[in-house]
Design a protein around this ligand. Structure first.
Ligand SMILES: Cc1ncc(COP(=O)(O)O)c(C=O)c1O
Length: 425
């Protein structure tokens, strides 16, 4: 092991164990709610171990087709295709919509860098628009002024598990201007509007099963559509996409174990660190430095292989249960907002949120030290996404005043904890 790796390992363990010591001294529980991997249980560990010890069926396409069929049925979408990330699913959507170099797409100036990257790599120009601060979605009042003769599509997102405030208005506007709508549901798998899952109202949609999302396959994404022509085009992209290599699949499966022992295991406060010591070299990061710099990684564009689809199938069985837990737990933060004079996120009429996180605008001083503040006040890990406009890339998007406020002041309370376990596990 290199000296720098040992230093990082010691720093990581030192931080976690200092926290444990403070909790012990204060008589508080040792375990702390985290954002990541709270939907993993022993059954997922068992599945990961089984696939790790049986490599002969890693190329079994029937498992993947089964996952796609289950997802499309559960989601109420006609076509679903599984990729190694939602960002790849977005690239498939860009292909399906036939967006060409020099075409323009309107998207929120408050998102993750992998979203504009997918357009950049297709040569499509990104035009940013401000968000509203009720649900952190695109602000309808800003969109029209950004439409030009080159605009072909609008990407709307439902952030933090909440259905965006101007959903219908944006869909209507797009129809009036004959623009395609891409729904970014990476944070909002399973949320509903008027009795249907979000993602079924636009032309195409993407969902993420990355480790910090509503359901978890460490990395993974799905593209859906209800349109036959777009379904055919998605399939074309899908069929030419390669599978990841064996080492990558091995790491993905190992990360299920790593995440479970670190965050969800009943004795994660000590077992997590022991497990991490021996396996930290396998840890996968969702967004590479290359991607942060806007460089397309060589392995980009892969579809989901059987072992990851098997985990997806298992997570899909639990997603409604865990989303219900998230809604229940959100009431704690709702009450906190009421008692402390902070504004609650808006739940629009006829919508059911899944509260990936519970976002609240607080004083910027709190956001600056949110990790310590969350630990001190609630013994939970409070997040600071997105703390830049195009997270995690530094810099701001001019003319997005609400996004400026969200970047400076929005914090995210966790909505699942280790006490939530799927019945039977
Ligand atoms: C708003 C948003 N859209 C899309 C994505 C991409 O998801 P994935 O990591 O599965 O590519 C992310 C990633 O965090 C995101 O935050």
């Amino acid at each position: 092991m290199k000296t720098i790796e040992i230093k990082n390992l010691l720093q990581h363990i030192g931080k976690r164990q200092t926290r444990n010591l403070v909790n012990l001294t204060l008589g508080r529980p040792l375990r702390m709610s985290n954002f990541k991997s709270m939907t993993l249980d022993w059954d997922d560990v068992k599945i990961a171990n089984e696939w790790l010890s049986n490599r002969s069926s890693w190329k079994d396409e029937t498992v993947v087709s089964h996952y796609e069929a289950e997802f499309s049925q559960w989601n109420g979408s006609k076509y679903a295709f599984a990729f190694m990330a939602a960002r790849v699913a977005l690239s498939a959507c860009i292909y399906a919509l036939d967006l060409q170099p020099e075409d323009e797409v309107i998207l929120p100036g408050y998102t993750c860098v992998v979203v504009p990257n997918a357009f950049k790599w297709a040569g499509v120009k990104t035009v940013y628009c401000d968000i509203e601060l009720d649900t952190y979605g695109l602000d309808i009042n800003q969109i029209e002024s950004k439409i030009t003769s080159k605009t072909r599509a609008i990407l709307l997102h439902h952030l933090y598990g909440i259905v965006c405030r101007d959903y219908e208005a944006i869909l209507d506007l797009a129809k009036r201007y004959k623009l395609k709508v891409i729904e970014d549901c990476a944070h909002t798998t399973g949320a509903e509007y008027r009795g249907r899952k979000v993602g079924n109202f636009g032309d195409v949609a993407i969902y993420s099963s990355e480790r910090s999302k509503v359901f978890n396959t460490i990395q993974g994404g799905v593209a859906v559509t209800n349109d036959n022509v777009l379904g055919k085009r998605l399939k074309e992209y899908y069929e030419q996409a390669p599978y990841p290599d064996e080492l990558f699949i091995d790491n993905q499966l190992s990360n299920i174990l790593l995440e479970f022992y670190q965050f969800k295991h009943p004795q994660s406060w000590c077992i997590g660190d022991i497990y991490y010591c021996f396996n930290s070299h396998k840890k996968l990061f969702s967004t590479t430095e290359q991607e942060e710099k806007g460089i397309r990684p060589a392995y980009y564009g892969q579809k989901m292989p059987a072992p990851i689809a098997a985990l997806g199938l298992n997570q899909l069985k639990k997603i409604d249960y865990y989303s219900k837990c998230r809604r229940n737990n959100s009431q704690t933060w709702e009450k906190w907002c009421q008692e402390n004079g902070y504004k609650k996120p808006l739940v629009i009429d006829a919508s059911v949120p899944v509260y990936l996180f519970y976002p609240v605008i607080v004083e910027s001083e709190i956001k600056k030290e949110v990790k310590w503040w969350g630990f001190k006040n609630f013994n939970v890990s409070v997040g600071d996404w997105f703390n830049t406009h195009i997270y995690p890339v530094p810099g701001r998007i001019p003319g997005c005043k609400n996004a400026d406020i969200a970047v400076e002041q929005c914090i995210n309370f966790p909505t699942l904890n280790h006490m939530c376990k799927f019945p039977g596990f």
